[in-house]
Design a protein around this ligand. Structure first.
Ligand SMILES: Cc1cc2nc3c(=O)[nH]c(=O)nc-3n(C[C@H](O)[C@H](O)[C@H](O)COP(=O)(O)OP(=O)(O)OC[C@H]3O[C@@H](n4cnc5c(N)ncnc54)[C@H](O)[C@@H]3O)c2cc1C
Length: 261
């Protein structure tokens, strides 16, 4: 985020209703994810004025992104308008805007189009970014899975591979197109591997004439000795068993050092 510049050109956005006593504290929450929404809900019955700002006007249910990425769900299934979620909260307003900075001295949130919003208290709930574990260059080759756009990009890539394979006369190239390698056996990698397996064995069954989607190779590579290291071993074992039954190859204790396009 940038520090405030060209203050004279900024425009203050008023969020306090005209009847609200000026002593009512104004709480600005940046981010309408689980964190921001929970904070807004907790403040719903308090004697405060709340403004929630997000660069999307919808809350995204991130845990189901992998289903959008594998065409099991559409984006609208996992997005809910923030205004609809909070419509009964009379003390809460919603703004769709990109927050570009915070002026701590003036207690103002800075927004994309040089608008500002004064706050008495500020909650920053802007989420996290994907961790490429020291390989930021991999982001170009494999986008994260944090937004609808990311999920649609993965979906386009996955489905396009089957289309290209259907047209490909060369057996070896066809096999390459039908090989999916997932680096990282945490929850996202595990869920995505399982969803691709479901896609090839169920959703795409019988759809193609020159390829058999069930012959797709799905490989999950994990650096540590087991998948899902943040979960109890028994759960990881169970997930591992299910994935193998679904045809996923799991390679643990393997650190990917380089990715070439
Ligand atoms: C693929 C996937 C699967 C997951 N599965 C599970 C699961 O099964 N169980 C589980 O408990 N957790 C799961 N998680 C984790 C869970 O989704 C996150 O922990 C949770 O979404 C974090 O909530 P948050 O409010 O901190 O951030 P987010 O949900 O990321 O929300 C941040 C919000 O801030 C907004 N924002 C960011 N920057 C700005 C800005 N500059 N201006 C305006 N708005 C901004 C964003 O648009 C977003 O709406 C999963 C995550 C992913 C990605």
């Amino acid at each position: 985020m940038n520090s405030k510049t060209q203050q004279d050109e900024t425009r203050e956005v008023t969020q306090q209703p005209s009847q609200a006593p000026t002593t009512t504290p104004h709480i600005v929450i940046v981010g309408g994810g689980f964190g921001g929404l929970q904070a807004a809900k907790e403040l719903g019955k308090q004697p405060v004025q709340v403004t929630i700002i997000d660069h999307n006007n919808f809350h995204l249910f991130q845990p189901m992104l992998y289903q959008v990425a594998t065409a099991g769900l559409s984006p609208s299934n996992i997005s809910n308008p923030i205004r609809a979620i909070l419509e009964k909260q009379q003390n809460t307003g919603t703004l769709m805007a990109e927050v570009t900075g915070i002026d701590l001295d003036a207690q103002q949130v800075l927004m994309g189009d040089r608008q500002t919003l004064h706050y008495d208290y500020l909650v920053l709930a802007t989420g996290a970014t994907s961790n490429y574990f020291g390989h930021p260059e991999w982001q170009q080759l494999a986008p994260g899975l944090k937004s609808i756009n990311d999920a649609l990009e993965v979906r386009r890539t996955v489905l396009s591979a089957f289309e290209a394979a259907e047209r490909e006369p060369d057996e070896q190239k066809r096999r390459a197109l039908l090989t999916f390698l997932l680096v990282g056996g945490g929850p996202t990698g595990v869920e995505l591997a399982g969803a691709i397996a479901e896609l090839v064995h169920q959703s795409l069954k019988g759809d193609f004439r020159h390829i058999d989607p069930s012959m797709t190779r799905i490989v999950l590579v994990q650096g540590p000795k087991r998948i899902l290291p943040s979960f109890p071993n028994s759960l990881a074992q169970q997930a591992s068993k299910k994935l193998k039954q679904a045809g996923v190859e799991i390679k643990t204790g393997e650190h990917v050092k380089e990715v070439r396009n």
